[in-house]
Design a protein around this ligand. Structure first.
Ligand code: RFL
Ligand code: PHB
Length: 393
C-alpha cells in the first residue's frame, strides 16, 4: 500500500486532518488501533473554540454542529467557602468578541467518521503493533498487523495523531526529543446524566472541598465533574455520593436547583500537563495529544489539537501542491508557540480552582485573592476571556 499522508490515530486530530487534506486533493490513510464504537464511546471534550468551529466548517463537516451545537456567550465562576458562596460571570463576547460552542467530542468524531466514509476514504481499524520506519529519510513507511496479517504502508509523510499513549512520539530519538511534564495531585471524576443542566452556561466552582464543574451536552444531558483523590476508583463513588459531594461544592442556590438522576457514564481522569519538543522529526509530524496534554480545566485539549491540525494542514498543502517545504520546516515552532500558551492557561485555571493537598493557609488566601481579583477587574476578566475563547491561530 502507498499513500501521500499516513495518519496514525483515528481520533479527532487524525480525522480532521484527513478531511481537510482530502479537500485539497491529498490522499490519506487513517490507521486506528481500536474499533469505531470504542473511539465514539469515550466521553471527553465539550467546548469548541471559534477556530475549531471554523475549521470544521472548512472541512465540510460543520452542518450538524451548526444545527445542534449551543453557543455560549459566557461562563460562571463560583467560590464557596464555609457554606456561603459568591459567583460572577465572565462575558466572553464583551471581553473577547467571540463565544464558544458546546458540542460533544463524540458528536464531532461521529461527523468526521461519517464524512470520511461518505467520501470513500480508507480507514483501517483494529491495527496492531504499529511501527514507524525510516522517518528521517524521504521514504518513510509503517508496518502493522491487521486481523492477523502483517502489512506495510509507504507514505511521503507520516503524521502521529495517536494520542498520549501512542507510538509516534516514541519514534523520535531521545537525543532529539525533550519532554516537559507536571502531574497534579488529584483527578477528575466525571458523570454524564440524562438530566437538564442546572444553569444555561457552565459553572466552574472552587470550594473548600475542592473543584467542581457543571457542564452539559444538550437540554437533557448534563456533564459534571468533581476533583477527587488520585487513589479513588470509580467503583468507590455511588451516584448518590457523587451528587451529594457536587452539591456541597456549589453555591447554595445552584445546589438547590440541581436536578439529579442516574449516571449513564462515570469515569476518573488524571490531570497532567505535558509537552514534547520538537513536534517533527524528518518526515514524521506530531499533532494533538500525541505531542501535548493539558489538564481539562481550561477546555483546551481538543482545541489545541485543532490548532496543530490547522498549521499542519496548511504546511502539507504547501508541500504537496506548491512543492515547498517552508511550512513543514516552521510547523513545530509555530505549533509550539500556541501550545505553550494553552499549557499556561490550563495550568493557571487548574491552580486557581483546585484544592491542592499541600496548600498552606497562606496559599488558600492567595487563591481567594486571585479569584476576587478576577471578579472585580475588567482587565483580569478580559485576559481570561481571550484565552478561554481561544488565542488566534
Ligand atoms: P485522541 O482522542 O486520544 O485520539 C488518538 C487515537 O489514536 C489511537 N491510537 C492508535 N492508533 C493506531 N496505532 C496506535 N499505536 C495507536 N495508539 C493510539 C487511539 O485509539 C485514539 O483513537 O487524541 P487526539 O485526536 O489528539 O484528540 C485529543 C482530544 O481527544 C483531547 O485533547 C480532549 O479530549 C481533551 N479534553 C478537552 N479538550 C477540549 O478542548 N475541551 C474540553 O472541554 C475537554 N474536556 C478533555 C476534556 C479530556 C478529558 N479526558 C478524559 C482526558 C475532558 C476530559 C475528562
Ligand atoms: C465538558 O463538558 O466535558 C468540559 C467542559 C469544560 C471543561 C472541561 C470539560 O473545562
Amino acid at each position: 500500500m502507498r499513500t501521500q499522508v499516513a495518519i496514525i490515530g483515528g481520533g479527532p486530530s487524525g480525522l480532521l486532518l484527513g478531511q481537510l487534506l482530502h479537500r485539497q486533493g491529498i490522499d490519506t490513510v487513517v490507521l486506528e488501533r481500536k474499533t469505531p464504537a470504542h473511539v465514539l464511546g469515550r466521553i471527553r471534550a465539550g467546548i469548541l473554540e471559534t477556530g475549531l468551529v471554523e475549521l470544521l466548517r472548512e472541512a465540510g463537516v460543520g452542518a450538524r454542529m451548526d444545527r445542534e451545537g449551543f453557543v455560549h456567550d459566557g461562563a460562571e465562576m463560583s467560590a464557596t467557602y464555609g457554606g456561603t458562596g459568591e459567583r460572577f460571570r465572565i462575558d466572553f463576547v464583551r471581553h473577547a468578541g467571540r463565544p464558544v460552542v458546546v458540542y460533544g467530542q463524540t458528536e464531532l468524531t461521529q461527523d468526521l467518521y461519517d464524512a470520511r466514509e461518505a467520501a470513500g476514504l480508507p480507514t483501517l481499524f483494529e491495527v496492531d503493533h504499529m511501527a514507524i520506519h525510516d522517518a528521517d529519510t524521504d521514504r518513510p513507511h509503517l508496518t502493522f498487523d491487521r486481523h492477523g496479517r502483517a502489512q506495510r504502508l509507504d507514505a511521503a509523510v507520516i503524521v502521529g495523531c495517536d494520542g498520549f499513549h501512542g507510538v509516534s512520539r516514541q519514534a523520535i530519538p531521545l537525543a532529539v526529543r525533550r519532554e516537559f511534564e507536571t502531574i497534579y495531585p488529584f483527578g477528575w471524576l466525571g458523570v454524564l446524566s440524562e438530566t437538564p443542566p442546572v444553569h444555561h452556561e457552565l459553572i466552574y466552582a472552587n470550594s473548600d472541598r475542592g473543584f467542581a464543574l457543571c457542564s452539559m451536552r444538550n437540554a437533557n444531558l448534563s456533564r459534571h465533574y468533581i476533583q477527587c483523590a488520585l487513589s479513588d476508583h470509580v467503583g468507590d463513588w455511588t451516584d448518590r455520593n457523587f451528587w451529594d459531594e457536587l452539591r456541597r461544592r456549589l453555591p447554595p442556590d445552584v445546589a438547590e436547583a440541581l436536578v439529579t438522576g442516574p449516571s449513564i457514564e462515570k469515569s476518573i481522569a488524571p490531570l497532567r500537563s505535558f509537552v514534547t519538543e520538537p513536534m517533527r522529526w524528518g518526515r514524521l509530524f506530531l499533532a494533538g495529544d500525541a505531542a501535548h496534554i493539558v489538564p481539562p480545566t481550561g477546555a483546551k485539549g481538543l482545541n489545541t489539537a485543532a490548532s496543530d491540525v490547522h498549521y499542519l494542514y496548511h504546511a502539507l498543502a504547501e508541500f504537496f501542491v506548491e512543492h515547498s517545504e517552508a511550512g513543514l520546516d516552521s510547523y513545530s515552532a509555530r505549533a509550539l508557540r500556541r501550545v505553550w500558551k494553552a499549557e499556561r492557561f490550563s495550568w493557571w485555571m487548574t491552580n486557581l480552582l483546585h484544592r491542592f493537598p499541600d496548600m498552606t493557609a497562606f496559599d488558600v488566601r492567595m487563591q481567594q485573592a486571585e479569584l476576587d481579583l478576577l471578579r472585580s477587574s475588567d482587565h483580569a476578566q478580559a485576559l481570561m476571556a481571550q484565552q478561554y475563547v481561544g488565542l488566534p491561530y
